[in-house]
Design a protein around this ligand. Structure first.
Ligand code: NAP
Length: 295
């Protein structure tokens, strides 16, 4: 898929991994090993895959990791008790509670019970608030922070740029907007957020210098929605039918890649764009948590 306008998320994630591994080595020289604990409730197949991939990357970079698997029927009280133990354990620098949680568990209670200093996913209200305030001492959610890194490391200027974000989800769309509208270097964008109630969504898209799709709607963004030369970032992950595939399915993004790529100035492939960056930022956040805890 070699093309001049591709933003290679895998290669950029590897650059970040190399920087993270060097920081891990510096911590190890002081007798500290960064530690990340994954908490998974139930047997959601995608969650198993994601946690497995993240655990492998921890091992590759020299972070200690552990996965706590709890049965689907776990109560909120039991999960809170586990989080209290992990919050108190000095060897645990980062805690990641994998979404989705079973419906009987209130996600907002769980995410606000991880100590903000260990909330490497950036979902604790303290970290969400710090992001809104432009306070860089907090942790930022890994996927939108990864998108910003992709833009920085691909030389895409954001200052004054018209950024249109498709989706106002808590994990991607909203924090993405908060990151890029900050009065700060690598931000300073004019941000529009579109969602299911947006009128004439295509006209917003066509204005975008940078179009970020984070809706979870397979191949929604078509060529006629993209301004020629725009930078297109595809965050979506959608499983669709594919009779040619072994299991009869394949993963596609929110962008109709084949028709949009020729129009775009730069574009992320999907897979191989935003996904690897999410993991890279998670590792970097965990190492930062260890650095801050042991200063
Ligand atoms: P979410 O919370 O479900 O939010 C989806 C957003 O898209 C909502 O704001 C929704 O509007 C909007 N939307 C849905 N259909 C629409 C339509 N037809 N027209 C306009 N707006 C529409 O999702 P999320 O958690 O933010 O995730 C978004 C996507 O990113 C998913 O595909 C997810 O799998 C993917 N993702 C990828 C990574 C990665 O590492 N690559 C990480 C996280 C998420 P309303 O608010 O009006 O309902």
């Amino acid at each position: 898929m070699a093309a001049a306008n591709l933003i290679d998320g895998r290669a950029i994630a590897e650059q970040i991994h190399a920087e993270t591994a060097a920081r891990v080595a510096a911590l190890k020289a002081r007798g500290i090993q960064p530690g990340l604990v994954f908490v998974r409730v139930g047997e959601d197949p995608a969650s198993k895959v994601y946690v497995g991939m993240k655990g492998k990357t921890c091992a590759r970079l020299g972070l200690a990791s552990d996965t706590q698997v709890l049965p689907e029927a776990t109560t909120e009280t039991e999960l809170l008790a586990l989080l209290a133990r992990l919050n108190a354990d000095p060897k645990v620098h980062g805690i990641l509670v994998q979404a989705p949680l079973p419906p009987h568990i209130r996600a907002e209670i769980i995410y606000s019970s991880v100590r903000p200093e260990k909330d490497v996913d950036g979902f604790h209200p303290t970290n969400v608030g710090k992001l809104m305030l432009g306070d860089t001492t907090g942790f930022r959610p890994c996927t939108p922070a990864g998108v910003q890194e992709l833009l920085i490391r691909s030389g895409v200027p954001t200052e004054g740029a018209e950024v249109v974000i498709l989706g106002r989800g808590e994990i991607v769309g909203k924090p993405m907007a908060a990151i890029l509208c900050q009065k700060a270097k690598h931000a300073n964008s004019t941000v529009t957020i579109c969602h299911s109630r947006t009128r004439d969504l295509s006209s917003h898209c066509r204005r975008a210098d940078i179009l970020i799709a984070a809706m979870g709607v397979a191949e929604f963004v078509k060529a006629d929605m993209v301004k020629p030369g725009a930078v297109v970032i595809d965050v979506g992950v959608n499983r669709v039918a594919d009779p040619a595939a072994k299991d009869g399915t394949k993963l596609v993004g929110d962008v109709a890649f084949a028709e949009v790529q020729p129009m775009a100035g730069k574009i992320t492939p999907n897979p191989g764009g935003v996904g690897p960056m999410t993991i890279a930022l998670l590792m970097a956040n965990t190492v930062r948590a260890a650095e801050m805890a042991t200063r």
